[in-house]
Structure formats: C-alpha cells, structure tokens
Write a protein that binds this ligand. Structure first.
Ligand SMILES: NC(=O)c1ccc[n+]([C@@H]2O[C@H](COP(=O)([O-])OP(=O)(O)OC[C@H]3O[C@@H](n4cnc5c(N)ncnc54)[C@H](OP(=O)(O)O)[C@@H]3O)[C@@H](O)[C@H]2O)c1
Length: 283
C-alpha cells in the first residue's frame, strides 16, 4: 500500500515508518515541517498530491501536563488538526488510522476498558484526543481508531529514558504505585499496526503490549540489576497539573480476534528494547 504517516519525526513515527517499509509498503513519512496538520490548505494540497491509499495520523500534541495551561493549542492540533485530515480523507475516499489514548477513560472502572466503554477523559490532553476521535467517526466510514498507552521506544523522550537517566545520577527513586496500566513499546505497536492495516477490518481497537502493571513496578523492571532503590509513593504525594486515570488497562480481545495473534507481554517487550538499546550503545 501507499501509506502517508503524519508526525513521522515523533517517537512512534520513527518506529512505524521503517516497520511499514519492511512489510513492503511504500511509505511517505511527513514530519511537521512538511505537513502541519493545523494548516488546512497544506493538508488538502499534500494529500491530493501524494494520493495515498491509507493515512496513518500519528501527529499530536502530546505534552500531557503542559496541555492544562495551553488547552487551545492542544485542541487545535488534536481536534481541529485531526478533523482536517479526516475531512480531506473523506473528500479523497482514503481510509485513515488515528492514534488515540487510554487517557480518554476516567480510570474509575475495576476491569479493563473495552473499545465500546464510555469515555470520560480527565485531562485536556485526553479531551482533545477524544475530540480527534469524534472527528474521525463523524467524517469517515473507513477508519481505524487505535488507542494505546504508556508509549516508550527509540529516539523519544519517555518514562524508560527518564528513569535510566535518573539512575545515572542517583540511587534512590520515588515512583507512583497507584496508577495502573500497560507500558507499550513503539516497536511492538508498529508491528501490531502493520498487522491491523492488512485486515481492512475497520473499527475502534485497543492496542498495547500484554499484561498490567503500575509505574513503580515498571520502574523496578527498568532498573533491575542497577542497584537502585525504587520507593513506591501515592499520586497525591506527587501532584502534577494533569489528572491521570487510576486504572487505564485496555482490553485487547477484539484486536486479538482481528489480527489472530496475542500481544507481546510488556516485560518481554521491555527486555528486547533494553537489549537493543545496549547493543546500539556498544556499536
Ligand atoms: N506517548 C504516549 O505515551 C502515547 C500514549 C497513548 C497515545 N499516544 C498517541 O500516539 C501518537 C504518537 O505519539 P508519540 O509518542 O510518537 O508522540 P510524539 O513523540 O510527541 O510525536 C508527535 C509528533 O507530532 C508532531 N506534531 C505536533 N504538532 C503537529 C502539527 N501541528 N502538525 C504536524 N505534526 C505535529 C510533533 O512534532 P514536534 O515535535 O515538532 O512538536 C511530533 O513529531 C499520538 O497521536 C499520541 O497522542 C501516545
């Protein structure tokens, strides 16, 4: 397929473009400099020029805490920008895959969230991403909405890199242990997206690595064998501008049914990522 990827210089974009190419797709990765999704004329002209068979919309405003103090910008990029892509895809009859987030849920549930569960985002970021989901649903009939969570991967600023940088400076860390979810590596998510787009089975999907954990357990796994003491703390003891869901585990049953394979457990994905990171440091 001829695929256009927005936000190609973002963390997911950097993993996704080579993954899709390795599956034989012809991929046009568009960084923000080439395609600003808030510029309707540019979106219109570029999609007409490129005439892709699928658009994967990974570009987003992703600064969760900062969004609380600049909501207009978050909505402009995640809401209006996504609507621009959706409207043009509709005009051109091109299907679209939109990346969304577990933060569209409020985290008050005591079981994993299904794609059809009621959304109630707690933060500006979550609300703006939900606005994007609504634009996709409104303008298109052929779409995938892929909600993922706790992303980390090569060439991005993320929790794994933050924890590893901190361990280089200190031997004691404090990490919240009362927010539950699933870490997801951009490398495994890219493989999942590649599998999903091969199906043509449109819809809303939950796509994370397998299993459930909290940030404290995740930090302990990242720092294993490094002689670092990681102390669990409560969210209330580390206040941040944006409220996060307490429990945002996503149920992946419909995804597993569609692509006919299980998700990689988060521990396994993390181990592969840390090994890859180590190899790259050695070379
Ligand atoms: N990271 C997570 O934990 C997480 C979790 C769930 C869902 N997601 C979703 O997954 C997708 C990929 O996330 P990510 O972690 O790869 O985020 P990222 O690293 O922040 O990448 C997003 C990219 O979008 C670009 N962008 C921002 N505004 C733009 C605009 N107006 N026009 C075009 N491009 C623009 C950014 O460029 P600049 O760097 O120049 O701003 C950046 O390259 C996003 O849709 C995000 O909402 C992420």
């Amino acid at each position: 397929m001829k695929i256009l990827v927005t936000g190609a210089s973002g963390m997911l974009g950097k993993a996704l473009v080579p993954c899709l190419e390795s599956r034989g797709h012809s991929v046009r990765g568009m960084p923000r400099e080439q395609l600003d999704v808030t510029n309707y004329m540019q979106v219109n002209d570029l999609l007409r020029l490129e005439s892709p068979e699928l658009v994967i919309h990974s570009a987003a405003y992703t600064r969760v805490d900062q969004a609380e103090s600049e909501p207009d910008l978050a909505y402009l990029i995640n809401g209006y920008g996504t609507e621009n892509i959706s409207v043009v895809c509709n005009h051109l009859n091109v299907p679209m895959l939109y990346l969304s987030t577990d933060y569209v849920f409020d985290g008050e549930q005591d079981r994993p969230y299904q794609p059809w569960d009621t959304t109630r985002p707690l933060s500006v970021y979550g609300k703006s991403k939900l606005a994007g989901e609504r634009a996709v649903r409104h303008h298109l009939s052929r779409f995938y909405i892929v909600r993922t969570s706790w992303l980390y991967g090569p060439d991005g600023s993320n929790f794994v890199e933050t924890i590893l940088n901190m361990t280089a400076q200190r031997k004691q860390l404090r990490v919240v242990s009362d927010q539950w979810g699933t870490p997801t590596c951009t490398l495994t998510l890219s493989e999942t997206i590649a599998d999903l787009i091969a199906t043509g089975r449109w819809g809303v999907y939950h796509a994370t690595d397998g299993g459930v954990t909290n940030w404290w357990e995740f930090a302990r796994a990242i720092t294993e064998g490094k002689g670092v003491e990681v102390t669990p703390i409560a969210t209330k003891d580390m206040p941040r501008p944006a409220t996060r869901p307490k429990y945002s585990v996503l149920d992946k049953t419909t995804l597993v049914q569609t692509i006919a394979r299980e998700m990689v457990p988060w521990q396994e994905a993390l181990e592969s990522y840390l090994n890859l990171r180590l190899q790259e440091q050695l070379t």
